[in-house]
Ligand binder design. Structure first.
Ligand code: ZN
Length: 462
């Protein structure tokens, strides 16, 4: 299906459409090591010596100019973000056209590799642009780049400029763009709506805690609810984090950023679902009004939670939002959160850890994640560890004294607020600790494209 894409959006995503005769366009040719070594016309030729001179063998990362307008790129023959993702910021500025047939994922890799966070300094350079043939210009690719860019920008923006008020403004702008409805509950109003946990986590901060609630789409369509953790800065609270652990905590609203990016993509592609996006937002700060270890918090679901550690605040923020989400019994609730260090110990920083009460969904998402080059991996929601959440004075404790199975226990805590609703929980890093092709160092959307494709497969197939 051919769509008309706004040339401005195409440009922003790192691409170009029609080019005029006077514009110079260099060609890119992808070649594998095996293909390159088998090329008969290269044997003993001047071209071969020229390739040798540039140490080109067709390995991933190899690159050779055959002439000022002809470039060869080595690759591994796989369709993923890595094929082209390193090129927009490596190649000289200008226009490039690929002589190979490209997959949507390879084109997407180019768009994602254009990213640069330049809000606080001049842009270093413009990215090189990929010229797309008419049939390659797909709105889904362009908007997937925009959705990821939105999430990355929100995460990369320092907490001073991404406090609860700012995050609310971003959510309002997103809702306005697609004609969605947004309701916001701020500060002490949270108590009137039984959101005692969100209120407690954020009440010591200067900028008040709040709950953002966006709804969009036809009410007759299947209801999907996204929930994203929006801690705009996590000092740890009275259980103060050590300096090194606090350094990256501007990214603790990464879950909020991802559900906003995913909502953008869903709404831009007009998926036939009724979308609700709940974003609890707070800064976990220190002040005379800070919540304390030993305090017992009321929650939306009516369960009481004893605070063992004020740095396990993400699950408190989420528990009220999940309870609100499940009250209307949607088809599925999907939450994203930078929740535990334990998830990073288990799967590292480059895979989203996944927990769900639907085994078939875990298998499907894991499979889609590999196809979409957006890896998500299931971890156990092992009910046998429930006992670790028991409290002597309340219904449950927010974090157990033992750190064993920390990511699973955090997920079990959340499950107490879910009941039987089909539910998926992602525990994510939200940050690239190193640059990879299509994935520059800094804020990152994880499990966004995998879930999008899952929703398309499930609800938008003709
Ligand atoms: Zn924390």
């Amino acid at each position: 299906m051919q769509e008309t894409i706004d040339p401005e959006a195409l440009h922003l995503a790192g691409f170009a459409g029609e080019t005029s005769a006077d514009e110079e366009v260099a060609t890119l040719t992808l070649v594998t090591e095996r293909e390159f070594s088998a090329k008969p016309d290269l044997r003993d030729s001047a071209d071969r010596r020229w390739f040798d001179r540039q140490q080109f063998k067709g390995r991933p990362g190899d690159m050779a100019w055959l002439s000022p307008s002809e470039l060869w790129i080595g690759w591994d023959g796989e369709s993923n973000l890595s094929s082209l993702g390193h090129l927009p910021r490596l190649l000289p500025e200008g226009l490039y056209r690929c002589t190979n047939d490209l997959t949507p994922l390879q084109i997407l890799g180019w768009g994602l590799g254009c990213y640069d966070f330049d809000r606080y300094r001049a842009a270093k350079r413009n990215p090189a642009r990929l010229v797309l043939a008419a049939e390659e210009r797909q709105g889904e690719i362009v908007h997937s780049v925009m959705a990821t860019t939105l999430a990355r920008d929100l995460i990369n923006t320092p907490s001073q400029d991404m406090a609860p008020t700012h995050l609310e403004a971003e959510a309002r702008a997103l809702a306005d763009k697609f004609g969605a409805q947004i309701d916001v509950i701020v500060g002490d109003e949270l108590l009137d709506h039984e959101c005692g946990a969100i209120h407690a986590v954020g009440r010591a901060a200067k900028d008040a805690p709040r709950l953002l609630d966006i709804t969009w789409g036809n009410p007759d369509h299947p209801a999907i609810t996204l929930v994203g953790k929006g801690i705009t800065f996590d000092s740890g609270g009275l259980n103060l984090k050590p300096g090194g652990s606090m350094r990256l905590m501007k990214k603790d609203m990464g879950g909020a950023a991802m559900v906003m990016g995913l909502s953008y993509l869903i709404m831009s592609q007009a998926l036939p679902i009724r979308l609700r996006t709940l974003i609890p937002v707070a800064e976990n700060s220190i002040g005379t009004d800070a919540f304390r270890p030993g305090d017992v918090l009321p929650t939306h679901k009516g369960l009481t939670v004893e605070i063992d550690n004020t740095d396990a605040e993400g699950r408190l923020l989420l528990c009220d939002a999940l309870s609100i989400a499940c009250a209307e019994q949607p088809e599925m609730v999907i939450d994203y959160a930078t929740l535990t260090g334990a998830a990073r110990i288990a799967v590292g920083t480059e895979i989203a850890a996944m927990f769900t009460n639907r085994q078939d969904v875990a298998l499907e998402l894991n499979h889609i994640g590999q196809e979409e080059d957006d890896p998500v991996w299931p971890l156990p929601l092992h009910q046998g560890y429930e006992h670790m959440l028991s409290s002597k004075v309340a219904d449950l404790v927010n974090s157990p004294p033992s750190s064993y199975a920390g990511a699973s226990v955090a997920a079990l805590f959340l499950q107490r607020f879910i009941d039987k609703t089909p539910w998926v929980h992602f525990d994510v890093m939200a940050f690239n600790t190193r640059s990879r092709p299509g994935r520059p160092e800094g804020g990152e959307a994880m499990a966004l494209r995998a879930v999008y494709r899952f929703l398309v497969n499930r609800y938008a197939q003709p």
